[in-house]
Design a protein around this ligand. Structure first.
Ligand code: 1OR
Ligand code: 1OR
Length: 284
């Protein structure tokens, strides 16, 4: 590979030597399909996409074959084209993978031992990307995002019970959105598609009562969340949310909300009872 000193920071092309494994159009199509739904590849430009496809090698494994051994050294990152695999940590099954899934990024990103063991349960076709190419093409974006959200997510009380890896997964899925003073973030009665964490600024909550009067009911700042009710209950938005000054939020879509906040959904549900309590006490 190329020494760090000779790498130009502005042009990706000169920073590492690209591996090219020639592929048929048919193979390229299959990789394309496998990486399409994968978050790690979402932000790549066409050039980077092309580089990834070029660099991948096809690997076939059979039932009971170990692809990754916990504690081992990280060599490849894998995308599943077909088949099923199980993921274990200390003999305990953590998750499973199937077409479109991916694993083996942690050891490559953090130069750490493999955090889990991955075993095929059926015949599998995998696409493997070696460490150098993985770091060269993919890591920039992913790690930048994880770094960006890392300290913020650690300070969000509702996520306190999650472990670092679960927070990384959330960081991968978050999108930041900004609102100007007075701009509406959520409209009472609307259909809800997003969950919000406040990164900075103030969100003001209003509710229209039976007489059609709009009243301020709440104010939240950094580290707080909102927009969970509509997603939890499949209900219309319970309040209008407006930015007071510049407001920055990190948002999760409905899918990400259900998939990534699984461990805290119960806490969110229990906490939402407080809204009703507050409502009762204010109407007394
Ligand atoms: P790796 O390179 O460490 C094992 O090799 C892979 O298992 C790892 O990358 C991840 O891609 C994958 N904690 C750590 N690694 C996990 C986890 C995990 N789930 C999948 N992998 N979890 C935390 C358990 C305390 C599970 C979180 C859902
Ligand atoms: P949502 O998806 O319904 C509006 O969209 C969000 O405003 C809602 O989720 C909550 O996250 C947030 N009552 C209802 N929703 C509230 C309230 C609230 N405060 C914030 N939200 N009350 C204020 C409690 C201090 C009760 C008002 C009577």
């Amino acid at each position: 590979s190329v020494s760090a000193e000779s790498m130009s920071p502005s042009t990706r092309e000169h920073r590492f030597v690209k591996t090219v494994h020639l592929k048929s159009l048919e193979q390229q199509g299959r990789i394309q399909a496998a990486i399409q739904t994968n978050f790690l590849f979402r932000h790549l430009d066409e050039m980077q996409h092309h580089d990834v496809i070029n660099a991948m090698t096809e690997k076939h494994v059979g039932p009971n074959e170990t692809v990754i051994q916990q504690g081992g050294v990280g060599d490849y990152f894998y995308i599943v084209e077909s088949g099923h695999l199980d993921c274990y940590i200390d003999e305990q099954q953590i998750t499973t993978y199937q077409a479109g899934g991916s694993f083996g990024e942690l050891a490559l990103m953090y130069n750490s031992p493999r955090a889990a063991t991955i075993v095929a349960t059926t015949e599998c076709v995998l696409w493997a990307l070696d460490r150098v190419m993985f770091r060269g093409i993919l890591m920039e974006h992913t790690s930048a995002k994880r770094r960006m959200y890392e300290s913020f997510l650690t300070d969000v009380p509702i996520l306190a019970s999650l472990d670092a890896y679960e927070r990384y997964k959330i960081a991968d899925a978050l999108e930041s959105v900004g609102f100007d003073d007075g701009q509406t973030v959520i409209e009472q009665g609307a259909v809800g598609n997003n969950f919000y964490l406040i990164e900075s600024g103030v969100a003001v909550f209003y509710k229209t009562d039976a007489n059609g009067e709009q009243k301020e009911i709440n104010r939240l700042t950094k580290g707080a969340y909102f927009g969970e009710l509509a997603l939890l209950n499949d209900s219309p938005r319970a309040a209008t949310v407006i930015a007071s000054g510049r407001l920055r939020c990190a948002t999760l879509g409905k899918k990400g909300f259900n998939r990534l906040l699984g461990p805290v959904l119960e806490i969110l549900k229990r906490s939402s009872v407080n809204y009703v309590k507050v409502m009762q006490s204010t109407t007394e």
